[in-house]
Design a binder for this molecule. Structure first.
Ligand code: LMR
Length: 331
């Protein structure tokens, strides 16, 4: 009697807590792969997503997070998503050029005054439309996540644009970033994120660009003597899934997941700047590299040197998108 009561209680619990399993359906598995460390805005966002899904959709959805390029690197992760080998990614916006040229707007140097301007643009209609710009390639944009403003790390102090001349920089696969360095007389190598540290150590490249959180978590300050604080552009991400996978999720679960994503995106974007400031302080305190801070006049010289690029890329990006982006600055 006692035994059967126990098993009845167990059955009732099962029905109450995991409806999908009770119906005999296996939970939906979302593999979320990314290339950065866990204590970065994206790394934390992925973990928060997993936590909230575990709390609210237990038994219905399981999230597995693979950080640090452990499952796929940035050379192959988008293909893996399209082939159904992973279900969620958050590549930087510089990595989508093969699928749309419009997102290049985010790479244009000095286009956005600061991260707040980037965030304002991401809320505008034009930017929301870009979440669907890769739809014909089966890519479904869910949200924008931000890391932070980029700095130039190098084996030289870079106070003036011409100081970068002759150096080889590792870049993400973006024509805008290639043009940015070429405008400075520097060379570039497109290289996966995971390979940059070794290339710096080996001396095959002499510089990189990235936000404080990536510089700190990859220990770039231990192999680059100068971090030049330019804040010339942002490193931002698009949280994506595949259209086929997303559409295959039952409506109610999909709506719940989208509500969680909204909450996580808010948290990532709220905390990213503080996290980057913290990493900046850590780097200064560690004292491995010299942080070179520019005066407003020095920074203006860089802006003048690089802003002609906006016009060069206007046709590919779309004049409407470019105009909408420029309109968010408060100068
Ligand atoms: C990079 O390749 O530098 C970044 O996109 C890495 C990342 O995901 O933050």
């Amino acid at each position: 009697m006692f035994k059967s009561l126990l098993s009845l209680t167990f059955m009732a619990l099962l029905v109450a807590t995991s409806p999908v399993q009770a119906e005999g359906k296996a939970p939906i598995v979302i593999k979320f792969s990314h290339v950065v460390a866990e204590d970065t805005p994206k790394g934390k966002g992925a973990l928060l997503f997993k936590k909230l899904v575990e709390e609210r959709l237990a038994g219905q959805v399981v999230v597995e997070v693979y950080p640090n390029s452990t499952l796929f690197g940035d050379g192959d992760e988008i293909n893996a998503l399209r082939e159904g080998k992973v279900q969620m990614l958050a590549p930087s916006l510089s990595k989508f050029e093969a699928y749309t040229k419009q997102l290049q707007v985010f790479d244009l140097p000095f286009l956005f005054d600061d991260l707040e301007a980037v965030k304002r643009f991401q809320k505008r209609d034009k930017s929301r439309e870009l979440l669907h710009a890769m739809s014909s390639h089966g890519i479904y944009g869910l949200a924008y996540w931000n890391n932070g403003m980029k700095q130039l790390t190098a084996n030289r102090e870079l106070r003036k644009p011409e100081d970068a001349k002759g150096l080889v920089f590792r870049i993400q696969p973006s024509s805008v970033l290639e043009a940015q360095f070429s405008q400075l007389g520097a060379k570039t190598v497109k290289m996966p994120f995971a390979e940059a540290f070794k290339a710096l150590q080996a001396g095959t490249i002499q510089g990189t660009e990235g936000p404080w959180s990536n510089i700190a978590s990859q220990k770039v300050d231990t192999v680059q003597p100068f971090i030049n604080e330019l804040n010339h552009g942002s490193l931002s991400y698009m949280l994506i899934s595949s259209k086929t996978f997303w559409a295959s999720i039952p409506y109610k679960t999909r709506t719940d997941l989208e509500a969680i994503i909204e909450e996580v995106s808010f948290s990532v974007n709220k905390d990213a700047e503080a996290l980057n400031n913290n990493d900046r302080q850590r780097i200064i305190a560690a004292g491995n590299a010299k942080v070179v801070t520019l005066t407003a006049e020095e920074r203006a010289v860089w802006r003048t040197a690089l802003s002609p690029m906006w016009k060069t890329f206007e046709a590919e990006i779309g004049a409407d998108v470019l105009r909408a982006a420029q309109a968010v600055n408060r100068r």
